[in-house]
Design a protein around this ligand. Structure first.
Ligand SMILES: *[C@@H]1O[C@H](CO)[C@@H](O)[C@H](O)[C@H]1NC(C)=O
Ligand SMILES: *[C@@H]1O[C@H](CO)[C@@H](O)[C@H](O)[C@H]1NC(C)=O
Length: 241
């Protein structure tokens, strides 16, 4: 009996779940590093992640380019995107590529270009709403920018049967834009910046999103199990010995 319990303790301690620190890790996608760490040279809008990042300097420089080599994605598919709007897409790219605190929202996917994605990351209300407001004068032809493009020229173009419309015709509300544009990578929330309950795309100074990830990681019911099981087994073993 004792041996079985000790074995159980050992197995659960060694299980791979424990090796991933949910609140400090990098997702297995196209450009992210394997593990987070300091990156002193991160570029412009991505600079806030310098202390601890999943992106490299090169990725962050590319993130500021039109038709960057990251995804060959063309922001200007319905005329030139305004700078006011584009800064949010750059910030969104920085957040996606650099953030080491997305663990609680990482989902496995079977895609040729990535094994993991983010799903329903609770975005702070202001970050979503200013993004939407700053894009009000822009145009697009699609609601979901992840799929359905005409890639025949190498960059994404509006597929036949769609037409360029005002952003607000495609996305009538901030929520519709933040949630639909990247197939639910983000979830709209009414949590405010600094509340500790939502993720900020924009920040200066120390990264406020670590505490948010810790809050949601602790809330996830399964997350306590890997700690709890070995603890219980060790206690049982001590008790029975
Ligand atoms: C990033 O690295 C790639 C591959 O080495 C290179 O082709 C590209 O020019 C670099 N981008 C920047 C902005 O330095
Ligand atoms: C970050 O600092 C810059 C420069 O001081 C400022 O313009 C910007 O509003 C600040 N952003 C946030 C999210 O605090």
């Amino acid at each position: 009996m004792l041996r079985v319990i000790l074995l159980l303790a050992l197995v659960s301690v060694a299980s791979p779940v424990d090796n991933v620190d949910m609140v400090n890790m990098c997702m297995n996608a196209k450009h992210q590093k394997r593990t987070p760490g300091p990156e002193g040279q991160l570029y412009k809008q991505c600079a806030p992640w310098r202390d601890n990042a999943c992106c490299t300097a090169n990725t962050t420089e590319e993130a500021h380019e039109d038709n960057s080599n990251l995804y060959n994605f063309n922001w200007n598919h319905c005329g030139t995107m305004t700078p006011a709007c584009k800064q949010h897409f750059i910030q969104d790219t920085c957040f996606y590529e650099c953030s080491p605190h997305l663990g609680p929202w990482i989902d496995q996917v079977d895609q040729s270009w990535r094994k993991e994605r983010i799903l329903n990351v609770p975005l702070c209300q202001e970050d979503c709403e200013t993004w939407w407001k700053d894009c009000k004068l822009d145009f697009t032809c699609k609601e979901n920018w992840h799929k359905g493009w005409d890639w025949s020229s190498g960059i994404n173009q509006c597929p036949i049967g769609t037409k360029c419309q005002k952003f607000t015709d495609i996305f009538p509300t901030p929520q519709s834009m933040c949630e639909k544009i990247w197939s639910n990578s983000y979830a709209y929330t009414t949590f405010k910046r600094g509340s500790g309950r939502c993720m900020q795309m924009w920040f200066n100074g120390s990264n406020p999103n670590k505490a948010v990830a810790e809050y949601y990681a602790a809330k996830a019911p399964s997350s306590n199990l890997p700690v709890f099981l070995p603890l219980l087994s060790v206690l049982l073993a001590l008790f029975l010995s």
